[in-house]
Design a protein around this ligand. Structure first.
Ligand code: NBP
Length: 480
């Protein structure tokens, strides 16, 4: 046994992660893939990595020093279960199996429990940053036991991205906590991308600027409080010219957005937990809507606004859109962290929100300056009930909200869809409202289903005898 770490699954992510591991001092990396040709390609192309390659899984397991530690990077789902079982049958108590794929956190909870019962450590680790991140330094969100983290921590710290001198990895919590937080990361990523897309669309249609000109707007924004990887790459995409047609690339890309499902997971889980992640949900739905060509064609002759829309002062409008984007982004993160809090409570995880924001500052897709403000907010008040009410965000929203309203009004009047901007604003207004029409909903529920209600002026649970003389009675029945 010569290797201190192994990687199973040598498609793009696994190969890059294996190379990243091999490039760090002190690591000898064993590699294995179901199909040998992929392993062969990797070791031939990267002799410098000094990989210990095996054609058979038995040899791979034998090449690992104890406690054996192997990271699985295979397609999430059945492939992951297959590989886990093959390793588990050969591993011994104390050994560590890490799933670095995009597993659903409930699968991770199930797998961890099953392997724990066999004396094995199972760590579901969310890894963000795509191919480049895997090679140069991703943001890593490991769950699993504290015992496994002791062995694994130093290895993961050595390959993670570094932000402001700190590695972008921390032990998130037990069993599925890491994959849960990775899921939320992806949900926020969906919202962030949709908000940027809406900003681009409004600026383009409101001011008539070309994609290349709008690229300059984003490049400028990237020097301010919106500074982030997604804003940076948006400018790059908008600048790109299609070699074949000479048109902006964005104009020749089919406008139907794909999805691999992690955004939908975030929303499904939020629905189960009762957390309103409306900005994230709108972002997921916006992709679904875009990918319905038959419905879009059928609806394409439905009427829009009678009057054409023009913006009088382009610079002022662009600044309004910037503020609307920042405010909506604060809402998306606030909602995402609400879901983390609710998930931690439901599944019994001790998740440090400030640490989560810290490890997202580098390596991952939503990396941004802004995340420091989230860390600061939770450091100042660990019991913060809503991120958007922390002083920095409160000030930003105060500063932005009028512009945000102007943008949402303009979009509605112009007939330009801005689901994430407008739902985020509705969320903001919903949270800050003195009174919500939920009171009427409670009245309706009591009317048709005797679901009862509570009163603002005294304790107790009440029901109005709607089909009788409509007097109110106090009940000991269920509230809500
Ligand atoms: P894929 O998700 O395309 O998976 C391909 C790998 O899975 C190959 O090594 C393949 O082996 C192996 N595999 C499959 Br499929 N079924 C198997 C089975 N039954 N038994 C053993 N091996 C099996 O690879 P990827 O794009 O590198 O992603 C790996 C993981 O990382 C995924 O869970 C993905 O969601 C996650 N992830 C990807 C990214 C990204 O940017 N791509 C980012 C973050 C996380 P073979 O060669 O024998 O077919």
């Amino acid at each position: 046994a010569t290797a201190n770490i192994g990687v199973v699954g040598l498609a793009v992510m696994g190969s890059n992660l294996a190379r990243n591991l091999a490039s760090r001092e002190g690591n000898t990396v064993a590699v294995f893939n179901r199909t040998w040709s992929k392993t062969e390609t990797l070791i031939t192309e990267h002799p410098e990595a000094g990989f210990v390659a095996s054609e058979e899984i038995d040899d791979f397991v034998a090449s690992l020093q104890q406690p054996r530690t192997a990271i699985i990077m295979v397609k999430a789902g059945a492939g992951t279960d297959a590989v886990i079982n093959e390793l588990a049958d050969r591993f011994e108590p104390g050994d560590i199996i890490v799933d670095g794929g995009n597993a659903l956190f409930t699968d991770t909870i199930r797998r961890e429990k099953a392997l724990r019962e066999r004396g094995l450590n199972f760590v579901g680790a969310g890894i963000s940053g795509g191919e480049e991140g895997a090679l140069l330094g991703p943001s890593i969100m490991p769950g699993g036991s504290a015992q496994a983290w002791e062995t694994l921590g130093p290895i993961l710290k050595s390959i993670a991205a570094v932000a402001e001198g700190e590695p972008c990895v921390t032990h998130i919590g037990t069993d599925g906590a890491g994959h849960f937080v990775k899921m939320i990361h992806n949900g926020i990523e969906y919202a962030d991308m949709q908000l940027i897309a809406e900003a681009y669309d409004l600026i383009r249609r409101g001011t008539g600027k070309s994609p290349a000109e709008i690229a300059e707007v984003f490049a400028e924004w990237n020097r301010g409080e919106l500074e982030s990887y997604l804003i940076e790459i948006t400018a790059e995409v908008l600048r790109q010219v299609d070699a074949e047609t000479g048109k902006p690339l964005v104009d020749v890309i089919l406008d139907q957005a794909g999805a691999k499902g992690t955004g939908a997971w975030t929303v499904k889980s939020a629905l189960d937990l009762g957390i309103p992640v409306s900005g994230i949900a709108e972002a997921v739905f916006a992709r679904s809507l875009s990918s319905k060509p038959a419905q879009r064609a059928a609806a394409s002759d439905l009427p829009g606004p009678a009057e054409a829309w023009t913006v009088d002062d382009a610079d002022a409008f662009i600044e309004d859109v910037r503020k609307a984007l920042f405010a909506s982004k604060i809402v998306a993160y606030s909602q995402g962290f609400d879901e983390i809090v609710a998930g931690a409570e439901e599944y019994g995880w001790d998740i440090h929100k400030g640490e989560v924001a810290k490890i997202w500052r580098g390596g991952c897709i939503i990396r941004a300056q802004f995340l420091n403000r989230i860390t600061d907010a939770y450091a100042a008040d660990p019991g913060l009930v809503a991120l958007l009410t922390a002083p920095y965000f409160r000030d930003a929203l105060t500063e932005s909200q009028e512009a945000w309203r102007r943008v949402v009004v303009a979009a509605a009047q112009a007939g330009i869809p801005s689901p994430a901007f407008s739902s985020s604003l509705a969320y903001y207004d919903g949270l800050r409202a003195d009174r919500l029409p939920a009171a009427l909903v409670q009245g309706q529920r009591d009317f048709f289903g005797a679901h009862t209600y509570q009163r603002v002026d005294k304790d107790g649970i009440f029901h109005t005898l709607w089909s009788g003389d409509r007097t109110e009675i106090e009940t000991d029945g269920p509230s809500h």
